[in-house]
Design a protein around this ligand. Structure first.
Ligand code: SF4
Ligand code: SF4
Length: 94
């Protein structure tokens, strides 16, 4: 972890990543999308962030039922470091 890694100042960059649903944690269906191959992921809106992210607080509105991948995501870990993009830029997808 670097000294600058801090969720409080990050604006949830990781919540702009594709989050696949690998098991049932109780996430309401309206937040889940299924692609042509049957892969389920958290739905993202046009701004790139997960639909479950509160745009005012940058906290998860579905925290108690968040997907397993979100539970396992490590602040300061390699995936976290890779998401350190400029989130003021328009989202252009994966
Ligand atoms: S885990 Fe990493 S990418 Fe996600 S909000 Fe925290 S600092 Fe940002
Ligand atoms: S479910 Fe919550 S923690 Fe997971 S990507 Fe969406 S907003 Fe972030």
């Amino acid at each position: 972890m670097t000294a600058t890694t801090n969720c409080n100042s990050c604006q949830a960059a990781c919540c702009r990543m594709q989050v696949m649903i690998i098991d049932d944690t109780g996430m309401p269906e309206r937040f889940i999308e299924t692609d042509a191959s049957g892969v389920q992921s958290m739905r993202r809106l046009d701004d790139g962030w997960c639909e479950a992210l509160n745009r005012n607080t940058f906290l998860c509105d579905q925290y108690l039922v968040r997907p397993t991948i979100c539970r396992q995501f490590e602040m300061g870990g390699s995936d976290c470091q890779r998401t350190k993009v400029d989130i003021t830029e328009p989202w252009i997808g994966d």
